[in-house]
Ligand binder design. Structure first.
Ligand SMILES: [Mn+2]
Length: 401
C-alpha cells in the first residue's frame, strides 16, 4: 500500500515538472515567434523609411553640413539661387520632417466634406531639388480627396531642366499636374492669375516654389474656409535655412504688419488678440497683413474681391495690396496656427527685375497707397519722398514727355 502511495507522489511531482517544462518551452518559443512576427510585419518599404530617417542627409529636417573639401564648390553653387543648392540637392524629395504642431492641434478632428483645393505654384528659374521637394511634400502630406491638382506656372524660366525634363517627370505622379508657360516674364501676380484661371478646385492655395508642407498642413486651412468663406488663411511659415536646409518651427506669436515705407514686417501678436482667442493658441490669429507667398482663398471670394491688381509688376507690394483688399472687402486674413509649411528664406533675391528693383517696388507701392489707403497715403509719401504721386506722374508725363 505504501509503495503505491510513493508511486503516486513521484508521478504527481514529475507531472508537475513536465507541465512546468512544457509551459516554459511554450512561453519562450512563443516569445521568439512574437519578435519574429514583429520584424516580418514591418514592410520592407517602411523599414527603408525608418532607416533613411536616421541616415539620409536632411532627414527629420536636420541640417546638412558640407565637408570642408567641397565648400568652395558649395559657395559657387550658392550664387545660382541664393541658397545652398549643394545641400538641397543632397536631400530626398520626400524627406521626413518633424511634427511641429501644438499638442492641441494633433488631436483635432476635421469634417469629411471639406472643400477641395488646387495648389498653384509660380516659379522662375527655380532649382530642381527645391521645386520637386515642394511638389512631393504637397502630394505625400495632403489627403488625396482634398487635392484636385497642382498647377505649375513657369514665369519664363531659362533653365533647360525646367522644360521637357520637368514635363516628363510630372507625368508619373499620383496627382494631376498641369504646367502653364508664360510667353514672357510677367511677374508673380500675372502668373498667379493665369494659374488661378486654369484651376478647378473650390479653394485656390498659392505656394512658393521652395516650400515643404508638414503633416496635417491642409485640413485646418480648408476647414476654416468652410466655416467662413471670406476667411483668407495662411499657415505658420516655418523657416528652412538657406545655409543648411534645417527645418525650424516658426512662431505662432508673430503676425504680419507693415511700416510707412510699405514694407511687410513681422510683429508680436498683441495681447488683445490673445484675449479674443481666450488664450487658446490653436485658434486662428487675425493678422493685419500677410507675407504673401503661401495662402488659401475660396475661388468665388477671390473673384468677388477682384483678384489681384494686375497692373502691378514682377514682385513687391502685392502681399500688402491683397491684405488691405481683403480687410476692406468684408473678409478676414488669418494665420491658422495648426498648419505649418516651411519656406526657404533668403538673404538676397536671385531674381532680376526688368527696369530695376527700386522702380518696380515704388510703382507697386504707389498703386497700393492710392487705391486702398485714403488719407493715410500721405504718411507713405512723406516717409518715401522719392516717390511721385500718380497725379504728379501724369502731370510730369503730360508736360515733359
Ligand atoms: Mn519665396
Amino acid at each position: 500500500m505504501r509503495r503505491l502511495a510513493w508511486c503516486k507522489i513521484v508521478l504527481a511531482t514529475s507531472l508537475v515538472w513536465v507541465l512546468l517544462d512544457v509551459f516554459l518551452l511554450l512561453y519562450f518559443s512563443e516569445c521568439n515567434k512574437c519578435d519574429d512576427k514583429k520584424d516580418r510585419s514591418l514592410l520592407p518599404a517602411l523599414r527603408a523609411v525608418i532607416s533613411r530617417a536616421q541616415e539620409g542627409p536632411g532627414e527629420m529636417g536636420k541640417a546638412v553640413l558640407i565637408p570642408k573639401e567641397d565648400q568652395e564648390k558649395m559657395r559657387d553653387l550658392f550664387k545660382i539661387n541664393q541658397f545652398n543648392l549643394m545641400a538641397s540637392d543632397m536631400i530626398a524629395f520626400n524627406r521626413t520632417l518633424p511634427d511641429v504642431r501644438l499638442e492641441g492641434c494633433k488631436t483635432k478632428v476635421y469634417q469629411d466634406n471639406l472643400p477641395d483645393t488646387s495648389v498653384v505654384i509660380v516659379f522662375h528659374n527655380e532649382a530642381w531639388s527645391t521645386l520637386l521637394r515642394t511638389i512631393h511634400s504637397v502630394i505625400i502630406r495632403s489627403p488625396k480627396r482634398l487635392l484636385t491638382e497642382i498647377i505649375l506656372v513657369d514665369d519664363d524660366s531659362e533653365r533647360d531642366f525646367l522644360k521637357k525634363p520637368l514635363e516628363n517627370y510630372m507625368k508619373n505622379l499620383q496627382v494631376p499636374v498641369k504646367i502653364i508657360r508664360m510667353e514672357k516674364r510677367s511677374g508673380l501676380i500675372r502668373a498667379r492669375l493665369r494659374g488661378a484661371a486654369a484651376s478647378k478646385g473650390q479653394v485656390i492655395t498659392f505656394l512658393d516654389a521652395h516650400c515643404e508642407c508638414t503633416v496635417g498642413w491642409l485640413e485646418p486651412l480648408l476647414a476654416r474656409i468652410k466655416e467662413s468663406r471670406n476667411a483668407v488663411v495662411c499657415p505658420i511659415i516655418d523657416v528652412i535655412s538657406d545655409d543648411t536646409f534645417e527645418y525650424m518651427a516658426g512662431s505662432d506669436m508673430t503676425y504680419g504688419g507693415f511700416n510707412w515705407k510699405l514694407n511687410f514686417r513681422w510683429y508680436p501678436v498683441p495681447q488683445r488678440e490673445m484675449d479674443r482667442r481666450k488664450g487658446d493658441r490653436t485658434i486662428s490669429v487675425r493678422t493685419p497683413t500677410m507675407a504673401g507667398g503661401l495662402f488659401s482663398i475660396d475661388r468665388d471670394y477671390f473673384e468677388e474681391i477682384g483678384t489681384y491688381d494686375a497692373g502691378m509688376d514682377i514682385w513687391g507690394g502685392e502681399n500688402l495690396e491683397m491684405s488691405f483688399r481683403i480687410w476692406q472687402c468684408g473678409g478676414s486674413l488669418e494665420i491658422i496656427t495648426c498648419s505649418h509649411v516651411g519656406h526657404v528664406f533668403r538673404k538676397a533675391t536671385p531674381y532680376t527685375f526688368p527696369g530695376g528693383t527700386g522702380h518696380i517696388i515704388n510703382k507697386n507701392n504707389r498703386r497700393l497707397a492710392e487705391v486702398w489707403m485714403d488719407d493715410f497715403k500721405d504718411f507713405f509719401y512723406i516717409i518715401s519722398p522719392g516717390t511721385l504721386t500718380i497725379a504728379e506722374i501724369i502731370y510730369f508725363e503730360l508736360t515733359f514727355i
